[in-house]
Design a protein around this ligand. Structure first.
Ligand code: CTP
Ligand code: MG
Length: 246
């Protein structure tokens, strides 16, 4: 099956507040955009369609530094509009689409690959997911109304994978109805609930490293992971130079 990737990077990064598009923020010498594109390549996936903030094309081209892409297209006001823009730029032969957030720049290549491989017959949407760690409360303003049992609750990440026809249809419907969503899986769930579609929406194991970089603290955490990786690699190189374990 031909898998195409839409890498959405058209957000403005208000919560990171880095003074420009989040995807262009640097992390250990590379932009988040470059980290995400390189991870997709390392996973063996085809070059993505990258969706950039309108007006930022030149800066994105510079950040991509010649990395192969399927296309570079401007996004929209909502994530749904940006996904729609990316979908229209996918090559015609694409049958399966993986939609990935540039903000999840460090999602490991193995997870990217496993997500794409998990779209089997009867599955109409899937996402990587992790168990929820915090105790969850339902509140009304500041008043706690209930404790929500954590059993069976997960947090979903990206890449989210769909048959192309399914994603195209639910995105078009959401835009036509003026009801964009920040989660594409939810659009498929709505189509199932309305009886417009049959099939299953499933989750596969996600990764802590796929945490969305939203706030400055998330960027600091990502930098710490990469620094620890570099230190481990240096230790391993020293050990092999010294013949340790040989
Ligand atoms: N995104 C997009 N188009 C939009 C909004 C979001 O392509 N109109 C993308 C972002 O670039 C990001 C992903 O969707 O890769 C997840 O969104 P989020 O983390 O919310 O990023 P931003 O919208 O940029 O950040 P913020 O909400 O803090 O402004
Ligand atoms: Mg946003």
């Amino acid at each position: 099956m031909n898998v195409g990737v839409v890498l959405v990077a058209a957000g403005s990064g208000q919560r990171l507040a880095a003074g420009g598009p989040k995807a262009l923020v640097e992390l250990a010498g590379r932009t988040l955009l470059a980290h995400a594109v390189d991870a997709l390549a390392a996973a063996g996936l085809r070059p993505p369609v990258v969706v950039h903030p309108p007006g930022a094309r030149a800066a994105f081209e510079a950040a991509l530094a010649g990395r192969p892409l399927a296309a570079l297209v401007p996004g929209g006001d909502t994530r749904t509009a940006s996904v729609a823009a990316g979908l229209t730029a996918l090559p015609e032969d694409v049958e399966v689409v993986a939609v990935h957030d540039a903000a999840r720049a460090l999602m490991p290549p193995e997870v990217l690959r496993a997500c794409v491989a998990a779209l089997t017959a009867g599955v109409v949407a899937l996402a990587p997911a992790l168990p929820v760690a915090d105790t969850l409360k339902r509140v009304d303003g500041e008043v706690v109304v209930a404790t929500v049992p954590r059993d069976g609750l997960v947090g979903v990440q990206t890449p989210q994978v769909f048959p192309r026809t399914v994603l195209t249809e639910v995105i078009e419907l959401a835009l036509a109805a003026g009801q964009p969503a920040t989660d594409d899986l939810a659009l498929v769930e709505q189509a199932l609930a309305a009886g417009r579609l049959t099939g299953r929406v499933v989750v596969v194991p996600g990764s802590v490293r796929g945490r969305k970089i939203t706030f400055p603290e998330d960027l600091a955490l990502a930098a710490a992971w990469l620094a620890a990786d570099a230190a481990d690699a240096a230790d391993a190189a020293d050990a092999s130079d010294a013949g340790v374990g040989a």
